[in-house]
Design a protein around this ligand. Structure first.
Ligand code: PXG
Length: 296
């Protein structure tokens, strides 16, 4: 395969030549925003909502993106085309750009755009069949008035600290609570439980990113006639649920069978999850912005 081509500010560079300045405030301060997007079957899945969320995140941190949404969409599609990525993962990053040493973002002249089209696997394949064992961690999700979790910012320290706690506890993922002690989300995924026949997920206002996979699953469940509620939940609700699963662009849909040592339901992957996974896989076949030459 020819060398990977990475988009930086209007040009494509080979992987070895794709470099950004050490004075970029994305590197110095985590000052910027990003999206993780997937391509399936030659189409960029849910491209429009990802682009919308990127611009909303940028708006919230007062960052002006120097291209239009249509141009940004074209950058993503072209990155996939040039790298022959029909099924893969796209990392789209907008940083504050090159500035001085010193926080002042207004000294950064122009935001920088990077797009990497590649592949990703977040969890070992077998965990998708047997389900995850996860724990609640002590690190609370960021307070929304400090750094709103609805912003997909380049500063993932909060999530990384939680991920470290999980790994040190011998598991792969962490349930994060908000400062009130209610369930928010996992480190890079939203979470759902099935309780009394209804699917429940925390509202974004409880300290979660409004996940695009999450929203797709909500739509699919409602189409199936499953009642879905965006409702505040506590760990009690998780422990006493019949099923649980996580959603995210990286993780896709992955079942959870144990939380803090409590088996969820029967402690095995449940039927509602299996049905939604099949529907999601079907959706990835039909939804998405076609990549020229790769789309069936
Ligand atoms: N919450 C957080 C904190 C996330 O970072 C999600 C929820 C799910 O959102 P989407 O829109 O993807 O359904 C995310 C997304 C990675 C990785 O490398 C993480 C995400 C996406 C892709 C890759 O760990 N997180």
């Amino acid at each position: 395969m020819s060398e990977q081509l990475i988009y930086i500010d209007g040009e494509f560079f080979t992987k070895s030549e794709a470099k950004v300045s050490v004075f970029d405030h994305g590197f110095l301060y985590g000052d910027g925003v990003f999206e993780g997007i997937r391509a399936y079957h030659g189409k960029v899945f849910k491209l429009e909502p990802h682009i919308e969320r990127l611009y909303d995140s940028a708006k919230a941190i007062g960052l002006v993106i120097p291209v239009t949404k249509a141009e940004m969409s074209a950058i993503v599609v072209e990155s996939c085309r040039r790298n022959s990525i029909a099924n893969g993962y796209i990392r789209l990053v907008v940083s504050r750009g090159v500035g001085d040493l010193g926080l002042n973002p207004y000294l950064c002249k122009k935001a920088s755009i990077v797009c990497i089209a590649a592949t990703i696997q977040l969890y070992p394949q077998e965990l998708y069949q047997v389900g995850l064992d996860i724990v609640t961690v002590a690190t609370p999700r960021n307070h929304p008035e400090a750094l709103n979790p609805r912003i997909k910012s380049l500063n993932y320290m909060n999530n990384i600290m939680a991920k470290m706690e999980a790994i040190r506890a011998g598991v792969q993922e962490a349930v994060m609570l908000n400062l009130q002690g209610y369930v928010a989300e996992c480190t890079g995924d939203n979470l759902f439980i099935l309780r009394n026949g209804k699917l429940v997920t925390p509202p974004a206002t409880e300290g979660a990113l409004e996940g695009i996979t999450r929203n797709a699953v909500i739509d699919l469940a409602r189409k199936k006639g499953i009642e879905v509620r965006e409702e505040r939940m506590s760990r009690f609700d998780i422990y006493t649920s019949q099923e649980m699963f996580l959603t995210g662009t990286g993780a896709e849909l992955i079942p959870v069978v144990k939380v803090d040592g409590r088996a969820i339901g029967e402690g095995s992957v449940g039927p509602v999850f299996k049905g939604l996974l099949a529907d999601f896989q079907q959706l990835t076949r039909v939804d998405g912005a076609p990549i020229p030459g790769l789309s069936a």
